[in-house]
Design a protein around this ligand. Structure first.
Ligand code: DSN
Length: 422
């Protein structure tokens, strides 16, 4: 039976939109560093019968009956996540990354308490203290920054000084647009010196940690990690909170997620998380995450050779932040639209101390998780980087842009989106 037979018969408009998205994903190169392609098994679990079930509570302690199988999948998901990340406790119920962060804050803080996180213009996330979020009406956010935007080194002296002065209850690491690894031991030392909980939002690098391609913050004493499951981890859209070993913290987190903040968990998504974690436990996942890093390095080499400025000088993970306004006299917004025109999807992004506004910033952010899932290696990744720069340098040459688009389509045909995770 065809995969979408019932939608096709019943709802032509939605069916057409799904097919359109399938075609878009198949024929274009996905470089948004927070996106990926899930396996067919993850999709099957995500669209499974579990969507019918209400399961407020936790395994063995639910509010409604009929929980035999929901308890089984949630327990499997938790067990696998513990194994993947070396966590003592895991909550797999957060609907996404922002709800995971909100639930974590309310578990660990009282209204008016202080959080010390990265200055948002240096790579932090909206939920790390942006004034557009309600969080800033409830908690006080103070910040540290990079000491040197050309290397990415964090100003740990400033962080310690602010921590001593402000006495935050949480010191927060982990960012949405930061291409380097951190000195985790230093974070933990400063946090514990001032009695704060050391929390890392690992959403972007969760897969790299699970694949053991980058360091695990828990190995350096971080207390809590929050994450999404759909980025480098290659799972369904969703969130998760992990606690290293402190049972009191874990208990508070469970109470905060439910009943504090959310209602019924999405059991279909939790089933898909369980499948994703099962995939990430396979040895082939390590090969995948190592290749993500190699592909990012291959792109970095091209950008370096062509003198396009990269914030922090390059990358040590899966993403690159390039100053296209400074190097190629094209804005981030123009670059995003132009690259879209040739079949490359990425996002405009503010760079540290940006001279331009957030809606049309100086930078672009791109990364290699999705192309690596597709099977691209260093050669193809480097070629994509060349085509990106060619596109941005030839914005008025329609013939050249058509040729690039054709080459992108051919590459995509050669590397179809895989159904299986290996
Ligand atoms: N939207 C995600 C990202 O692209 O990094 C973070 O929330």
């Amino acid at each position: 039976m065809e995969q979408y037979d019932y939608i096709k018969k019943q709802d032509k408009d939605v069916y057409d939109a799904i097919l359109g998205e399938e075609e878009r994903e198949a024929e274009g190169i996905e470089l948004i560093p927070s996106e990926n392609y899930v396996s067919r098994a993850v999709r099957e679990a995500n669209s499974s019968i579990f969507t019918n079930k209400y399961s407020e509570g936790y395994a063995g302690k639910r509010y409604y009956g009929g929980q035999t199988y929901t308890d089984i999948v949630e327990t499997i998901a938790i067990g696998r996540a513990k194994q993947l990340f070396g966590a003592g406790f895991v909550n797999v119920q957060p609907h996404a990354g922002a709800p995971a962060n909100v639930a974590m804050y309310f578990a660990l803080l009282e209204p008016g308490d202080t959080i010390l996180g990265m200055d948002l213009s240096h790579g932090g996330h909206l939920t790390h203290g942006h004034p557009v979020t309600y969080l800033t009406k409830i908690f006080k956010f103070v910040s540290y920054k990079m000491k040197d935007v050309e290397t990415g080194e964090i100003d740990y002296d400033e962080m310690r000084a602010v921590a001593l002065a402000e006495k935050p209850k949480i010191i927060l690491a982990g960012y949405s647009a930061y291409p380097r690894e951190l000195d985790y031991a230093k974070f933990v030392e400063i946090a514990h010196e001032v009695g704060a909980v050391a929390v890392m939002d690992v959403a972007h690098i969760a897969g790299l940690i699970a694949g053991k391609s980058v360091k695990n913050p828990f190995d350096y004493g971080f207390d809590v990690m929050t994450t999404t499951t759909h980025k480098t981890l290659r799972g369904p859209r969703g969130g998760m909170i992990l606690t290293r070993e402190n049972a009191d913290i874990a208990k508070k987190i469970d109470k905060s997620v439910f009943p504090g903040f959310q209602g019924g968990p999405m059991m279909n998504t939790i089933a898909a998380k369980a499948v994703c974690f099962g995939e990430a436990l396979q040895p082939s996942f390590h090969t995948y995450t190592d290749q993500i890093l190699k592909n990012a390095k291959a792109m970095e080499t091209v950008f370096k050779a062509k003198n396009v400025r990269m914030l922090t000088g390059g990358t040590s993970n899966h993403l690159i932040l390039a100053d296209v306004f400074g190097s190629l006299a094209i804005t981030g917004k123009e670059a995003e639209a132009l690259l879209d025109r040739v079949g490359i999807t990425l996002n405009k992004n503010a760079i540290a101390d940006d001279v331009r506004g957030p809606m049309d910033p100086s930078g672009i952010r791109f990364g290699t998780p999705a192309i690596t899932t597709r099977g691209f290696k260093e050669t193809e990744s480097a070629r994509v980087a060349e085509l990106m720069i060619d596109t941005m340098k030839n914005k008025a040459d329609e013939k050249k842009l058509d040729d690039i688009h054709e080459e992108i389509r051919t590459m995509c045909k050669k590397f179809p989106i895989p159904e299986s995770f290996t």
